[in-house]
Design a protein around this ligand. Structure first.
Ligand code: HEC
Length: 400
């Protein structure tokens, strides 16, 4: 699957718009659903009709209706399709994306059923509700893990052999940021809506606590996610956006402190943090992909890609004598045949070694500086038969 040939800006804007709708909806659905379940449980425990009514009303507002249930996963699928076109990822990532789509569909469906059965037994409600929340959260986690993996083109290349590499701290912190933001938004919704839904004073304080806690955690989590991002995926713009998100969170606090929160201003302001935070991820992806494709060598030299192949490949007991296996284990993190990754496209650099296998082996064993456009290649430590196998395989492939 070749990368998209047309104007990527349009696809980027479309991805951003789709994610800016899908992610807040899904996040609030999960966080609001969890809040409603807790409220329902509290109401049942304490025989408080008010809390049960409130739980019903909240669920009514956050759980998907007939159309949202289908539109939301569809929106996600479109956003992922855009990314697929943008980055041309023909590997395992697509499978993770299909899983994310299926999980969102299942989660939204379960919450929808839960909403319709709130008056039923608690077991029924909590099983449906909890599985819906879990599926939605899992879907968002997968989406964010894959987003952060796209910011590491070197590790992305390893994914087909090491599916576990999808799990990263960067993605995990980003997921937790989203969770905090969603909890804050659900709290703001509760605080704003509760008095109007039930006519009583239930939920205002609970909503305020959720809003405050989510907003206090958010800057910390954003800091942690930035700290875990690949250095070359960061740019001034991302830091500016992070600062904007923090200022927005501060503004909500100010609104609460001054008691000036008519017309759901706190809710709207909280919702507006989502697109800023989503843009951070989007710019990180673009930044990293540009670095991997265009020059950007200075950044890549700092980048600890060199550690990756060795961490990945614990030396097997016996030498590998299949050249392709050696290549996949030791070279693929940096090399493709027809495109630039960390190293040059092999189709361009190999021809000069045709008929001179020893020179190629010599280079792999102790690389010279060749092209100032690239960072230096680290020496690749292999066993003797492995050097021979990979060099023979490469030269044979290039001659075909
Ligand atoms: C950590 C990243 C990395 C790994 C792993 C890596 N290379 Fe490279 N490779 C590079 C870079 C960067 C260059 C460009 C170096 C230069 O031009 O100075 C390069 C250059 C080359 C060249 C071109 C040499 C020339 O004369 O222009 C060949 C051939 C090559 N690598 C083969 C391999 C093989 C075979 C392996 C696996 C056994 C491998 N590389 C593993 C990064 C890597």
């Amino acid at each position: 699957m070749p990368a998209f040939e047309g104007d990527p800006l349009l696809l980027n804007i479309l991805t951003f718009l789709l994610l800016s709708v899908v992610i807040p909806f899904a996040g609030i659905m999960a966080a609001g659903g969890a809040t409603a379940l807790c409220c329902d449980l509290y109401g049942r425990r304490n025989g408080s009709e008010g809390h049960r009514r409130l739980a019903d009303a909240l669920m009514e507002h956050v759980a998907p209706g007939r159309f949202v249930w289908l539109l939301l996963p569809l929106g996600l699928a479109l956003a992922l399709l855009c990314q697929w076109l943008l980055y041309g990822l023909a590997n395992l990532l697509s499978a993770f994306w299909i899983a994310a789509f299926a999980l969102l569909l299942a989660g939204a469906g379960a919450l929808r059923l839960c909403r319709k059965s709130l008056s039923r037994s608690f077991v029924q409600v909590s099983v449906l509700g909890a599985s819906g929340i879990f599926f939605i959260a899992a879907s968002l986690y997968l989406v964010l893990l894959s987003e952060t993996l796209i910011q590491r083109p070197d590790q992305l290349a390893l994914l087909p052999r090491l599916p576990g590499i999808i799990i990263s701290w960067h993605g995990t912190w980003r997921f937790l940021s989203l969770a905090a933001l969603s909890v804050a938004a659900a709290g703001a919704l509760l605080r704003w809506g509760a008095p109007r839904w039930t006519g009583g004073d239930y939920g205002r304080m609970g909503g305020g606590i959720l809003l405050g806690a989510g907003l206090v955690l958010l800057p910390v989590l954003i800091l942690l996610e930035l700290q875990r991002a690949a250095p070359f995926a960061l740019s001034t713009l991302i830091f500016v956006l992070a600062a904007v998100a923090v200022v927005q969170a501060g503004a909500v606090f100010l609104l609460l402190a001054t008691g000036n929160e008519r017309k759901g201003a706190a809710f709207v302001l909280t919702i507006l943090i989502f697109p800023v935070w989503i843009l951070m991820g989007q710019i990180g992806r673009e930044e990293a992909q540009a670095e991997a494709i265009v020059a950007g060598t200075a950044a890549l030299v700092d980048f600890p890609v060199i550690g990756v192949p060795t961490i990945v490949a614990a030396p097997p007991a016996a030498p590998i004598v299949d050249g392709e296996t050696v290549f996949n284990r030791h070279c693929i993190a940096c090399h493709r045949f027809d495109s630039r990754l960390v190293g040059p496209p092999l189709n361009e650099v190999l021809p000069k070694y045709v008929g001179n296998r020893e020179a190629l082996i010599g280079f792999i064993r102790a690389p010279d500086r060749v092209n100032p456009d690239y960072p230096p290649m680290p020496p690749i430590v292999l066993r003797e038969p492995e050097y021979e196998a990979v060099a023979s395989w490469l030269l044979q492939r290039i001659e075909e």
